[in-house]
Design a protein around this ligand. Structure first.
Ligand SMILES: [Zn+2]
Length: 130
C-alpha cells in the first residue's frame, strides 16, 4: 500500500496506534501489499460500528485510490443496541479485513471463503512476530 493512516471515527490518535501499525506492517509483508498503490485508512471504533452494529469489521474501496477499513473494539451481544457489549479482537478482524483489501486491490470480488480460510493463519504468523 502506498500509505496508511490509523485513527478513531472522528479522527484523533489511538492509544494502541503503534501496535496496530506494527501489526499492519507484518500482514502487509506476508501478503505482499506493498505492490498495490492504494492509500489505506484504518478507522477504529471505540465500541461498535454505528452504521453496522453487527459487523466486527468492514472493508471497501473508495475511488480506485483508497481502501477504508473499519474495526469495532466491541461487538453487540444479542439484538438490543447498546446492551451486552463484549470486547472483540481488533487484530484478528484486521487480518480478515486486510485479506479483503488484498482482494479488492487485485481487482477481485471480496469473497468470504478464501478470507476465512487464511485469516487465522495470517493472525497467528503475525502474532509470532509481535
Ligand atoms: Zn469478510
Amino acid at each position: 500500500m502506498r500509505s496508511v493512516t490509523i485513527s478513531g471515527p472522528r479522527g484523533g490518535t489511538l492509544r494502541d496506534e503503534d501496535k496496530i501499525y506494527t501489526f499492519f506492517n507484518h500482514v502487509s509483508d506476508i501478503l505482499g501489499l506493498d505492490q498495490y498503490h492504494y492509500h489505506i485508512d484504518i478507522i477504529v471504533h471505540p465500541t461498535y460500528i454505528h452504521t453496522h452494529p453487527d459487523a466486527l469489521g468492514l472493508c471497501y474501496e473508495n475511488d480506485g485510490d483508497s481502501i477504508e477499513i473499519h474495526l469495532a473494539r466491541k461487538c453487540v451481544e444479542g439484538s438490543t443496541e447498546g446492551i451486552g457489549l463484549l470486547p472483540s479482537n481488533i487484530y484478528r478482524t484486521l487480518a480478515h479485513e486486510l485479506l479483503h483489501a488484498r482482494q479488492t486491490a487485485k481487482g477481485e470480488y471480496m469473497y468470504e471463503r478464501p478470507v476465512r480460510k487464511y485469516e487465522d493463519l495470517i493472525y497467528e504468523l503475525v502474532m509470532e512476530r509481535m
